[in-house]
Design a protein around this ligand. Structure first.
Ligand SMILES: Cc1cc2nc3c(=O)[nH]c(=O)nc-3n(C[C@H](O)[C@H](O)[C@H](O)COP(=O)(O)OP(=O)(O)OC[C@H]3O[C@@H](n4cnc5c(N)ncnc54)[C@H](O)[C@@H]3O)c2cc1C
Length: 509
């Protein structure tokens, strides 16, 4: 795996006179923004409050195991390749992305298994032959949505009403008012096939029964560009981006928490850290959660759009309970990605998003990266994480009490299904609860994916990539347009190219 020395100052003989861009946060959105700003002539400083970059893609190393904290499914590799190309480099020289096929296995409560990937048609023909024609038509629709929703709108700036009015007919024609599940159900009938084609919004914090059908584009995105894993773990992509930033003469500073975005006549002119240190900047890009940026880093008096009231009334995505564990033995029959479904689908999702209670049953995503890269665990061992969608912190659940009983329930479910004898084989373990999303990642309500991706919080209705309230402030990441997921946040950084002036148009601060 590519590693980057903690400090690699670039020796400059001349003082660096480039305009200064400060990026708050080192998630994929922030790191991609930094590379793009560096390529557009800025001197970039990334400030990260944690002790290492990556945000949701932080890496935990313990007892010889490497655990990616968050994203594991890389679906649009060309968005990374583009960043490397901007620096005159090649992604494949730094990171090996390996295609995974099948993309993931679904394990249904009735015992049926379904491999989703390039052989999806064969799987549908086996499980629900009557749905084959409908599946083909759904995939054509998914492609159509992808062409507009991803290729045209994903990296388009939505900071004016006129842009929204311009695309509204397309959004409506493609099913913007319908839910993902609603659209899928018009094409296929088998309940298992409906699940297989509709669960994707959960990957970006959305409820399949209320997320706009525009998210049906994910099915085609996966088929068109594949599902990949970064060898060495997703952290290899984080390290690769940090290397690009340093190569441009930029700086990534960890343990540097921003307390405030400083303003001059209503325009951002720098940041103040919790340590008291002040940094002047020509532009500020926040990759912190958009509700945290507006609610905590910008004074209320300077905000007309994202007022405290609006932030409180917004709908936030679900949270997650994640258990990372290593076993002293291997489970060679368990594929890289498995989705283990419980007996209920719609009702469980209602418990998470609407009733906001911890359900008695659970649906789990099990990640076994050692299926592809054994170097992530000691020899003969397996590393895993298992993720359970749970309500965000508006729910009446005390995770400081519930975490261990819930972890035991998850362990029990895994022992009974995919990982027999698990209890005796665990050698290392750690959990992440909604409290960690709130306290470690500054995610309001502990929401794992920022604002929920419903139509009324999408595109123009989502916090804009160029702040409407504060001149010189830009936003990237899951809580902005287009939304969560690695392709989404990389696309949010892409929007900057059309809304941030080139450095040559500015006088340095
Ligand atoms: C468990 C999990 C699994 C996932 N799996 C996938 C997947 O397989 N594929 C996929 O595409 N997506 C996946 N996602 C979603 C994806 O990981 C996220 O949407 C994306 O990584 C978020 O990136 P971001 O740019 O919004 O920044 P974040 O990762 O949210 O990072 C923001 C950073 O800002 C820092 N910060 C906040 N406030 C301050 C401050 N005041 N000062 C300094 N720093 C600050 C935080 O510490 C953090 O490091 C997953 C998410 C989770 C949680």
């Amino acid at each position: 795996m590519l590693t980057v020395a903690p400090e690699q100052p670039l020796v400059r003989l001349e003082p660096d006179k480039r305009p200064h861009a400060v990026v708050i946060g080192s998630g994929f959105g922030g790191l991609a923004a930094a590379v793009r700003l560096g390529a557009r002539g800025y001197r970039v400083t990334v400030l990260e409050r944690l002790d290492a970059p990556g945000g949701r893609a932080y890496v935990h190393r313990q007892d010889g195991y490497t655990f990616d904290a968050g994203p594991t499914i890389i679906t649009a590799p060309f968005l990374f390749e583009e960043l490397w190309a901007m620096c005159g480099a090649k992604l494949s020289d730094d990171v090996e992305l390996r295609a995974i096929d099948p993309f993931y296995d679904l394990a249904f409560a009735d015992g049926e298994r379904m491999s989703c990937g390039s052989a999806m048609r064969d799987e549908i023909a086996r499980i629900a032959p009557g749905d084959l024609a409908g599946y083909d038509r759904f995939m054509r629709r998914s492609e159509e949505i992808y062409r507009v929703g991803f290729e045209q709108l994903g990296a388009a700036p939505f900071h004016s009403w006129t842009e929204m009015v311009r695309v509204a007919p397309d959004l409506l024609r493609l099913g913007g008012l319908e839910s993902v599940y609603g659209l899928v159900s018009r094409y296929v009938r088998d309940p298992r096939v409906r699940i297989a084609l509709s669960f994707h919004p959960l990957f970006v914090g959305g409820n399949p029964f209320s997320t706009t059908a525009v998210y049906c584009l994910i099915s085609y995105l996966e088929r068109r560009h594949g599902v990949h894993f970064a060898m060495g773990g997703t952290g290899a992509l984080v390290q690769g981006l940090v290397k690009l930033i340093r190569g441009q003469g930029g700086v990534v500073r960890c343990n540097a928490e921003v307390a405030e975005i400083t303003l001059n006549n209503g325009a951002a002119n720098g940041v103040r850290l919790t340590s008291g240190e002040k940094l002047r900047a020509d532009i500020v890009v926040s990759n912190a959660d958009s509700a945290h940026t507006y609610g905590r880093l910008v004074p209320a008096a300077a905000r007309k759009t994202w007022t405290d009231r609006r932030l409180a009334a917004a709908r936030y995505s679900m949270s997650l309970f994640v258990w990372y564990f290593g076993t002293r033995r291997q489970y060679p029959d368990v594929p890289h990605h498995t989705i283990l479904l419980g007996p209920r689908y719609r009702e469980l999702i209602e418990d998470i998003f609407t009733a906001k209670r911890l359900a008695p049953d659970m649906s789990l995503y099990l990640h076994r990266p050692t299926a592809t890269d054994p170097s992530l665990a000691p020899e003969g061992c397996d590393g895993f994480y298992v993720l359970s969608p749970v309500p965000h912190l508006d729910a009446d659940i005390d995770w400081s009490v519930e975490a261990e009983p819930y972890r035991r329930r998850v362990q029990q479910r895994l022992s009974e299904t995919l990982l027999p004898g698990l209890a005796d084989g665990i050698v290392t373990s750690r959990v992440m609860t909604p409290l960690d999303f709130r306290d470690q990642l500054c995610a309001p309500k502990g929401a794992a994916f920022g604002l929920e991706p419903i139509l009324t919080q999408s595109a123009w209705f989502r916090p804009h990539n160029r702040s409407g309230d504060i001149k010189g402030l830009y936003l990237v990441g899951a809580g902005t347009h287009p939304g969560a997921g690695v392709p989404g946040v990389l696309s949010s950084a892409r929007v900057l190219d059309s809304v941030v002036p080139h450095a040559s148009e500015l006088t340095p601060a």
